[in-house]
Structure formats: structure tokens, C-alpha cells
Design a protein around this ligand. Structure first.
Ligand code: 5RP
Length: 222
């Protein structure tokens, strides 16, 4: 199977996992990216079996609506049973790097609200130590230079993601070569820099379940 087929397989596994656990008033949190897009397209198959969804980006909201799935504002949604999303990297503790698609802030908010965060990813995303994928950081535009200098002090190499504006009107700095061997500490330290909105480490709130697409089938971790 190629990478896209592995993404489809984990999207299907997530759908199979949640379907028997849904009720007619369930609202599902939905992530952003190519793996999440496969999940959204499959979610359309069961759209009469749940109430609607909360989207982690404008792109996801549009795709959900295109399938006739009602999209709710998070503030009016109440409880979210599940959040389903992809990742750029995961370690064995299901601590993640996310934000390759620049949606990290809304993704982190929806993940924080959901009772169960199911990460869906192909096996290329599994790593021993996080950080080969540059860590995305969402930054208030006027703080770009200041945040860059502070990241250098932490040992990272900041690279401004040219031409990208997030759904929240901010910019993205991708951090290369930073030591992320202690992900919770790194997440907290980056959050303390004035001007940082969010960073793409999902370590304080890791995924609860990782459905990993491999050549031998979908692995469920833990
Ligand atoms: C978007 C994300 C995505 O989940 C991450 O980039 C993975 O994307 P894909 O499923 O396309 O490989 O965090 O901000």
C-alpha cells in the first residue's frame, strides 16, 4: 500500500471505532489535513447517525458542509465525545507534533475539549524522538522577530513560513533542530514566549489512541 492508501485505511479504522459509540446527539471534533480529509469523506456515509461536527479549520468546515454534515461552533457544542485528526509525528507515548497544515491552534483547542482524541496516521509519522519534522509555532505577526530570537536562545532554528496566514490571522514559524526529547517541558517553555499563540507539540494533552497504518494492517496503540 502507498502512503495515501495507509491514510485511507486509518480513516476507515477510526470510522469503524466511533460508529458503534455514537448516538443521534453526538458532536464529533474533526481535524485538518489529507488523512482527516479521508475521514471526513467517510464520515458522510454515516451522517444520519450523529448530530454534527466541530471543525479545526475553515478548510475542514467547508469539506464537512460539502457533505451535508452540520458544523457547530465549539462554544455552542457542549461535550465532544471524539476528536479525530492526523499528525506530523508521534512518539510511542502518543505525544505529537502537529501543525504542518497551519491549523495547530484550533486543533489543540478542539483536542482539549474532546473526551477521546484519536490520532490517525501512516507509519511514516512514528518516530523515536520528536523533532525531525520542524515544529510549527503560531505567532502574532508583530512578535515575529522577538519570538524568533527567543527560539534561538532555546537552541532552535526558526524559519518563517512565507506566505502562510492562519485561520486566526497569524503567522507560522517552523522550528528546526530544537531538542524535543522532553516534549512537555519544550511545549511549556515555548508557550511562555510572549507573542506565541500556540506551538505544535501535543504533549500535555497527547492522543488517547493512535491508529497507525502499516504494511501489515492498522495497529491500535495503546
Ligand atoms: C494540520 C495537521 C495535520 O494533522 C498534519 O499536518 C498531518 O497532515 P496529513 O494528514 O496531511 O499528513 O496538523 O495542521
Amino acid at each position: 500500500m502507498n502512503q495515501d492508501q495507509l491514510k485511507q485505511a486509518v480513516a476507515r479504522a477510526a470510522l469503524d471505532y466511533i460508529t458503534p459509540r455514537l448516538s443521534s446527539d453526538s458532536i464529533i471534533g474533526v481535524g485538518t489535513g489529507s488523512t482527516a480529509n479521508h475521514f471526513i469523506d467517510m464520515l458522510a456515509e454515516i451522517r444520519t447517525e450523529f448530530d454534527g461536527a466541530v471543525a479545526s479549520s475553515e478548510a475542514t468546515a467547508e469539506r464537512l458542509k460539502g457533505h451535508g454534515i452540520p458544523v457547530y461552533e465549539l462554544n455552542s457544542a457542549g461535550t465532544l465525545e471524539f476528536y479525530i485528526d492526523g499528525a506530523d509525528e508521534s512518539n510511542e507515548r502518543l505525544e505529537l507534533i502537529k501543525g504542518g497544515g497551519a491549523a495547530l491552534t484550533r486543533e489543540k483547542i478542539v483536542a482539549a475539549v474532546a473526551k477521546t482524541f484519536i490520532c490517525i496516521a501512516d507509519e511514516s509519522k512514528m518516530v523515536g524522538v520528536l523533532g525531525q519534522f520542524p515544529l510549527p509555532v503560531e505567532v502574532i505577526p508583530m512578535a515575529r522577530s522577538h519570538v524568533g530570537r527567543e527560539i534561538v536562545k532555546l537552541g532552535g532554528d526558526p524559519v518563517y513560513r512565507e506566505g502562510v496566514v492562519t485561520d486566526n490571522g497569524n503567522i507560522i514559524i517552523d522550528v528546526h533542530n530544537m531538542d524535543l526529547s522532553r516534549p512537555i517541558q519544550a511545549e511549556e517553555r515555548l508557550n511562555q514566549i510572549v507573542g506565541v499563540v500556540t506551538n505544535g507539540l501535543f504533549a500535555r494533552r497527547p492522543a488517547d489512541l493512535l491508529l497507525l497504518g502499516t504494511a501489515n494492517g492498522v495497529q491500535s496503540i495503546p
